[in-house]
Design a binder for this molecule. Sequence first.
Ligand SMILES: [Mn+2]
Length: 347
Amino acid sequence: MKQSREAGNRLLEIVLDLAGVEGHIGLFPHERFDADAIGASVALARSFEKLGLKTSVIAGEEVPDSLSHLPGLEDLIVFSDEYDCPVFDLALAIDCHEAGRMGLRGDCFLKTPLRGAIDHHVYTEDLGFLDLIDPAASSSCELAFELIWDLEMHLGRPILDQTTAILLLAGVITDTGRYAYSNTTPLVLRQAALLMERFPDLDLAELHYNLYDRTSIPRLQIKGDIFSTITTSADGRIILAHVTQAMLKRRGAPDDELSNLASEIRAADNAAAVFLLIETESGDIRVSIRSNSCFDSAAFALGYGGGGHVKAAGMTLTGMTMEEALARMGKEAGEWLWACSREGGHE
Ligand SMILES: [Mn+2]
């Protein structure tokens, strides 16, 4: 925590220095960005622009339909082979901290020698001096809020605007499950209160509706299909569910936002961990893990080259059929649960 605070101060200094020379900052949200990754990226970019900096938010894909309601996303650069990637004065990984989480944009990120990160995912490597990574933070937007707030304090003038406020709230709301998960702290509630006070026209109800309630018939149908695949292992404590490309095609349903369903399944009585397996177009299997108990989702995912948080993580399995993947996850997760319960891990 102390380390990340220091990295935050260093980031602030560098941003202010670069503002004096009209520097250019590149911001890189993780692949398949969510509201937190894109919200923090664009909120920071807008704030940096107000200091006179040039910014580029380089996304790995178009804005998915589920996030098209968010304001301020007009200037996103959607990366492709044709993009002439510059050397930025500073490149920031947002809601991730490794080029490996950026897909094809990884080389573009690494082209800039001065790099940092703003992230809240569990990390195992040594941190760089500009890596503001705090796994105790609810979201990257929480950390972005603090940075922007510090910039305002430093400059003595407002930088936040209503669009930035909505983007920050969107990230915090989704990553805390609407202020319901255990990562909800007094700090994030205070941040929300400050934003609401400052921007009385901000329509929080509409934002919640767009982020959580808005749906479509295909989405409802695929949700039902996925729920009906549920099986369990370890006496019902490990829950497995899956969706194949054929199931998605049958409903004409998009494959974004499906990991939210893993959180929903986690609410089942007695659930220790949920594994939602999603077949991708390339035939790989994307796994969303959500846990309640001593089960460390991030540690499990790391074993498969993935990562995340203790209670929510993800990874990708290759070279396996769905049946093989389900059998393997069910067995291994059962063993993990047994091991962590035996260690006296808090249930
Ligand atoms: Mn996040």
